[in-house]
Write a protein that binds this ligand. Structure first.
Ligand code: BGC
Length: 730
């Protein structure tokens, strides 16, 4: 992969061409051309019986759809997603098949990938994931998950790219291109408005068209128009009273109408509810019905699927036009021919994939606080390190719901530190215990919380430094599918535990796992705070890289961390807005999602969107913005004024003062990550098409650029703006 990072020497000011776009898709497969695909489809279509066509549009097992054996049309094998290839299940149950060859590389979760603000890494991630799919015989990976983080307690936020539509789009597009460069289909999910897990099967979302088009659809639109994700997964929830898996407006009007989509819409597992709607409203493949989508259900229910015998019988009875089925079949055949007929076999668990996972993880870790530069720790020093917290040893890949993974090997933080700090005396004490991870149940720990806490407090007393590994985990009602978090506070008594540790030792560094913000009432009593997500196979190595300073942190928050849960826009409007009342929900904060709300309402978050520290310092200079009528070009120099090499993310936000319509104060319109050696400078140039300043005029159902003066904010976080410039747009 071409690395767009430019290292400029102190003497040369290299000019970095900065765009948020990633490398063009590299077709490494020798698959069929588009013309060949269409020819094959048309030659197969007339040979198919009604039964064969119906078979193609619904599952034959938990994760596969049939081909046409008689005609040599192959099957499709689907897999979760989105952070690696999931283990094999039994044909018709949610029990693991207990294969011994289905362990894989677990890549960092997508919020960690988003925190890198590095689209090139997203492309590499996609390629590697595609390779692992190929080796495991999978044709479709059920990811990326690209819903917007609307509330800070959504159980699946950790699978998303954060709260900003531009960031989500810029990371999703290269991920998809990377996966599909291997001849494996991506499946962007969950289309659309799947922004919470509470009542996920029933909640009916009401949202303005403006918020729909400006906040919730852009990442999907980019995934289709720029990356052509070969499949799209519908969401469980409803929108305007219709389930999203067969929602006419979302699938027929927008996806297949406005965006002219030629791929396959697959239902979420168990997300189909009606034969006629499924047939006529744009669903192409039905999966997981007659189970709760997850853990229970009727064996061999496949013939009863809405798009199985009931569809066949409705067509025979003249109640549903066969043309709807033919359209689905063409799409499924297109998917089959797109994902077969190439000579790639892929790879799994190889050194390159592990190294990539470690790189993404290292770039994704966000340093939030580092008083007295307590981090990094000198690895050659003799010292006593107290490692505290269950997450220092807990396996995180398994858990979380459908994104769970059977990692070949998962390096724990404790293990990573023991390897990297051989001269240190490392003691470990758990401090708290979260209990086991069991889908659908909260299983409280059987250990005594006070004894755990007291033992940890004793362990840190005479330590030189304390490294605390806590936060959330992937238990039910934490970062887990099918449930939202119940409180904003850290679970399992951690607030008290951290406060106690800080009382007896002044040198506490906190490392928080999680894909969702948490309250940090102990913030000022600890020296440093780092956000470490769920980093997959190489978790411990990547954390040790940052603790030792082998890697200089450069991650930025892809979401805001509110001081209090009520500070979040959606939550501030009460139950009608989140989580809904009687299965109805109104997105009352409208377009003011995430930092848009904090900025516009002048509410200070604990940590702002785009924020993240480094072990070095950067200064932005020579900032200029120019509008040539088509593009706004922002240029700036980034000087590394500190003592180590590092990378900074230049972020461009744009706002429109005195606008005729309601707007967010500012919105992210471009960004570029740039690596700069200590003492050196690099220049960045970020181009923003003027049309990207448009708002969605719902009355006219059209995008419109309001003429007049705009404010361009150039900075390194949404709350750290180096300069504001005015540009005028005609
Ligand atoms: C999830 C999907 C997942 C599917 C298959 C559903 O419950 O919502 O994201 O891909 O299951 O496991």
């Amino acid at each position: 992969m071409k690395n767009k990072f430019l290292y400029a020497s102190a003497f040369t000011l290299a000019f970095v061409l900065v765009s948020c776009s990633q490398s063009a898709p590299q077709k490494t497969t020798d698959g069929l051309s588009d013309t060949e695909i269409e020819q094959r489809i048309e030659s197969v279509m007339p040979q198919l019986t009604l039964e064969e066509k119906v078979a193609l549009v619904h599952a034959q097992s938990k994760f596969s759809t049939p081909g046409v054996p008689r005609l040599g049309v192959p099957e499709l094998w689907w897999s979760d997603g989105p952070h690696g290839v999931r283990a094999e299940f039994e044909w018709d149950s949610w029990l693991y098949a207990k294969h011994t060859n289905d362990s894989i590389t677990a890549f960092p979760n997508l919020t960690a990938l988003a925190a890198t603000f590095n689209p090139d890494l997203a492309y590499e991630y996609g390629v590697a994931l595609g390779e692992e799919c190929l080796y495991r015989g999978k044709h479709v990976i059920l990811g990326p998950t690209i819903n917007i983080n609307r509330v800070p307690v959504n159980g699946r936020n950790f699978e998303n790219f954060g709260e900003d539509p531009l960031l989500a789009a810029r990371m999703a597009v290269p991920y998809i291109k990377g996966v599909q460069s291997q001849g494996v289909a991506a499946s962007v999910k969950h289309f659309a408005l799947n922004n919470q897990e509470t009542d996920r099967f029933g909640v009916d979302v009401e949202v303005s068209d403006r918020a729909l088009y400006e906040i919730y659809l852009p990442a999907f639109k980019a995934s289709i128009l720029e990356a052509n994700s070969w499949t799209v997964m519908g969401a469980y929830n409803k929108y305007r009273g219709e389930h999203c898996c067969h929602n006419h407006r979302l699938l027929v009007d927008i996806l297949k109408g406005e965006w002219n989509y030629d791929g396959v819409v697959v239902s979420d597992w168990g997300g189909t509810h009606d034969t006629k709607q499924a047939a006529e409203n744009g669903l192409d493949v039905e999966m997981g019905s007659h189970t709760n989508g997850l853990s229970s259900g009727r064996a061999n229910a496949y013939d009863d699927y809405y798009l199985a015998f009931p569809l066949r019988d409705s067509i025979k009875a003249g109640k549903i036009d066969e043309k709807f089925l033919d359209d689905k079949v063409r799409r499924v055949l297109r998917l089959i021919y797109r994902t077969h007929y190439h000579n790639n076999y892929g790879k799994v668990g190889n050194e390159e994939h592990l190294a990539l996972g470690r790189k993404v993880a290292g770039e994704g870790i966000v340093l939030l606080q580092n008083t007295d530069n307590i981090l990094p720790l000198a690895s050659d020093k003799k010292m006593k390190i107290a490692v505290i917290g269950e997450n220092a040893t807990r396996k995180q890949c398994i858990g979380g719901g459908s994104s769970e993974l059977k990692a070949r090997n998962e390096i724990s933080p404790l293990q990573g530190l023991q390897e990297r700090f051989p001269n240190a005396e490392i003691v470990y004490s758990a401090g708290y215990d979260a209990g086991p991870s069991i889908y659908g149940f909260v299983m409280p720990s059987r250990l005594n919380a006070d004894s755990l806490k007291n033992a940890a407090v004793e362990a840190v007393r005479d330590a030189d430094v304390v490294l605390y590994f806590g936060g959330l985990n992937k238990n039910f009602k934490q970062d887990h599918e099918d449930s939202d978090r119940q409180t904003y506070d850290l679970p399992w008594g951690q607030n008290e535990l951290i406060a106690e540790l800080a009382k007896v030792n002044p040198n506490v560094s906190v490392f928080l796992f999680g894909g969702n913000p948490v309250a940090m009432p102990w913030k000022d009593s600890v020296k440093s705070i780092s956000w470490v997500w769920y980093l997959g196979s190489e978790t411990g190595h990547a954390i040790a890289d940052v603790v030792s300073g082998d890697v200089c942190p450069s991650g930025k928050l892809p979401f805001s961390i509110p001081v209090r849960l009520e500070d979040n826009g959606a939550i501030s409007f009460g139950a009608e807005s989140y989580p809904g009342v009687d299965h109805k929900q109104v997105y009352k904060e409208d377009i003011l999602v995430g930092y848009r709300w904090f900025d516009t309402k002048d509410i200070k978050p604990l940590y702002a969107f785009g924020y993240g520290l480094s072990y070095t310092n950067f200064e932005l200079g020579n900032i200029a913005a120019n509008n040539n009528g088509k593009n706004i070009t922002v240029t700036a120099s980034v000087k590394n004024t500190g003592a180590v090499d590092g990378a900074e993310v230049v972020q461009i936000y744009v706002g429109k003062p005195n606008s005729n319509i309601e707007r967010a104060k500012k919105e992210l319109r471009g960004f570029q990550k740039v690596a700069v050696k200590k003492g050196a400078s690099a220049n960045v140039e970020i181009n923003i098409p003027v049309e990207n300043l448009a708002f969605f005029n719902a009355d006219k159902h059209a995008w419109e650029v309001e003429p007049g003066d705009y404010t361009v904010y150039v900075g390194t976080a949404s709350d750290d703006i180096a300069q504001e410039l005015t540009i005028s747009v005609k």
